[in-house]
Design a protein around this ligand. Structure first.
Ligand SMILES: Nc1ncnc2c1ncn2[C@@H]1O[C@H](COP(=O)(O)OP(=O)(O)OP(=O)(O)O)[C@@H](O)[C@H]1O
Length: 571
């Protein structure tokens, strides 16, 4: 593998295991922009790790059990919840296909291997004494599928959500604002309270990087230290919830939907038993049908989630795993929300942006770029179609324009590359071809920027800081446009012209190679336009002057323009 990365990345160890997961989504309605955001971050990260030479798996899927699905299916007149989810889960697969989200396994909680894993996880917690039977009373939210303490419940007036404490009102919880009802029933409980100290120790000492960004970790750790964890109910009576997995020891109870759902992360890489023993196992990933060491894979897993489900992933999930004596995943990365009208975009509220409509009009890669550039993992985002439209404009007028003008008939990309992409040529003092001082400065600046780019881009990508990664690309593309403008290659000939065209094309080539995880189609169309051989699109080639044979037919007439303008869509 030596030499398979550009110099700026040569210190990296390649061939590591990397498994990333989205939350599994409730298929109770069609997906929206928020779901695409989680999936896209995972897709980009998986693609980047694969480019770095890591062994990569990417799991996504749907969470198909529970009262919310049962109720939605009944309300919509389906014969069974299974029939309902068989149809609805396809909407999530379709969005992934349209958005070029290249998962390796789409897991459904109705899959047989998942069900076996859930029972096995339950049995391990049961055998280790972490599950017991008891009586439960409390405020339950069907929408959130969990109970809330009295302190988080208020009564509101039916027609006036702001007004608290009227007599005819309904009850809501203050965390999500969803309705709660008071219930009393027999449940199985999980001894969460017994794991509080262990969780604090984990976040403080053993795995301080388990939760990121650090601001979220600090907040969760602070909550853990200041309030007492209570045992949680992990089953529901089958009389109330028919749609779920039976408790292995008691068929009058169904396993709580979060205990069930979280287990997909184990099922996807071979199941609870295989992760426990770390012995070879068959799996159902695209391009990978068995894993030699599923336990190691699990320990290298990154869960990417929205902040709405942080408690389940950072408190419940590690607790279930600790109780079952299983390894923990590497980390939980928590992102902010896309808002609509100032509140979280959500299926239940219906205040959603339809990503399929946006992709159909503005194109998949424009949408991908827009989302990744206009979001930050720590902040909430606000969708604005004018910004999406502006993204396409920018791709056309900056990147596309740089490419188009150098592929004009007046120039010869192939000759420029042949002349200058040679170590001897690059070692020369090329400034003798560059008379204008602004062009001379521009040349040194761009070459330095391109040399540093893979390292800086990698750093941002590993942190999932896509906004910064894309800024780096725009900076060098901006420099290259200014360089062409001040260099006036259309007034020059031979080497004086070629050096300018060469630097501009190297900018297009290197930025397009690096952007493959972000815009998988458009980046390759850019590379096609300058006739880059498909075997020279890997990261190794993201280095100035490394490809010395491209651009053969780039300046011929009749070749199509890679990306064109689109007017702002008017509904
Ligand atoms: N507005 C949003 N912004 C960012 N991510 C979101 C948003 N909505 C959902 N997600 C992603 O989906 C996960 C939750 O999935 P879920 O199917 O419960 O979505 P939802 O729209 O909130 O559904 P519902 O309204 O039915 O509860 C989040 O943790 C996050 O990964």
């Amino acid at each position: 593998m030596k030499g398979a990365l550009p110099k700026a990345l040569s210190g990296l160890v390649k061939g590591q295991l990397y498994h990333i997961t989205t939350p599994i989504f409730y298929p109770n309605a069609k997906p929206h922009l928020g779901h695409l955001y989680s999936s896209l971050l995972c897709d980009v990260s998986a693609r980047w790790h694969a480019m770095l030479g890591d062994k990569t798996l990417f799991t996504t899927g749907t969470d198909e059990h529970g009262l919310k699905i049962q109720t939605a299916s009944e309300a919509k007149g389906y014969r069974s919840p299974k029939e309902f989810v068989d149809i609805l889960h396809q909407e999530f697969v379709k969005l992934d296909e349209l958005a070029n989200v290249d998962f390796s396994r789409f897991i459904r909680t109705t899959d047989e291997d998942h069900n076996n894993s859930v029972r096995e996880l339950w049995n391990r917690c049961w055998r280790h004494g972490y599950i017991y039977k008891g009586e439960h009373s409390g405020w339950y939210s069907v929408s959130d599928e969990c109970f809330y303490p009295d302190s988080k419940v208020v009564r509101i007036k039916k027609d006036s959500p702001g007004a608290i404490d009227s007599k005819d009102g309904k009850f809501i919880n203050t965390e999500t604002g969803n309705e709660v009802v008071f219930q009393s029933e027999t449940n199985y409980f999980f001894k969460l309270s017994a794991l509080q100290d262990k969780l604090i120790d984990l976040l403080e000492n053993e795995k301080p990087e388990f939760i990121s960004p650090p601001s979220r970790r600090d907040q969760i750790l602070n909550d853990l230290k200041t309030s007492q964890l209570r045992d949680i109910s992990v089953s529901r009576p089958s009389s109330r919830i028919r749609w779920g997995i039976d408790v292995p020891q008691d068929s009058t109870q169904k396993i709580y939907v979060w205990f069930d759902a979280l287990c997909n992360y184990l099922a996807s890489i071979g199941g609870t038993g295989a992760v426990a023993t770390n012995k070879p196992v068959f799996v159902r990933h695209k391009g990978c049908d068995h894993l030699k060491n599923p336990g190691d894979w699990f320990a290298k897993t990154t869960h990417l989630i929205g902040k709405d489900i942080a408690k389940f992933h950072t408190i419940y999930w590690p607790s279930f795993l600790l109780a079952a004596e299983l390894p923990l995943p590497r980390e939980v990365v928590i992102h902010g929300h896309w808002l609509s009208g100032g509140i979280k975009m959500s299926k239940s509220l219906g205040n959603v942006v339809d990503p399929i409509a946006m992709i159909s009009y503005y194109g998949c890669d424009t949408m991908r770029w827009y989302i990744l550039e206009n979001s930050h993992i720590e902040a909430d985002g606000d969708f604005r179609e004018e910004r999406l439209h502006a993204t396409r404009e920018q791709l056309v007028s900056k990147w596309g324009n740089l490419l188009n003008r150098c592929c004009g008939k007046k120039f010869n990309v192939h000759r420029a590359v042949k002349t200058f992409a040679k170590p001897e040529a690059l070692d020369e003092d090329l400034s003798r071809y560059l008379e204008n001082p602004a062009t001379k400065d521009g040349y040194s600046k761009i070459v330095k920027q391109l040399e540093r780019l893979p390292g800086a881009f990698n750093e941002a990508m590993l942190k999932l800081d896509t906004r910064s990664a894309l800024k780096l690309l725009w900076e060098v593309i901006g420099e290259a446009n200014a360089f062409v403008q001040s260099g006036t290659p259309w007034l020059k000939s031979n080497s004086e012209q070629d050096i300018i065209i060469f630097v501009a094309m190297e900018t297009v080539r290197i930025t397009a190679i690096l952007s493959q995880p972000i815009i998988p189609s458009l980046s390759n169309e850019f590379l096609d336009r300058i006739d880059i051989d498909t075997s020279r699109r890997s990261l190794k080639y993201a280095e100035f002057g490394l490809d010395s044979d491209y651009g053969k037919n780039s300046n011929e007439g009749g070749r199509s323009v890679v990306i064109t303008r689109k007017p702002l869509r008017i509904e």
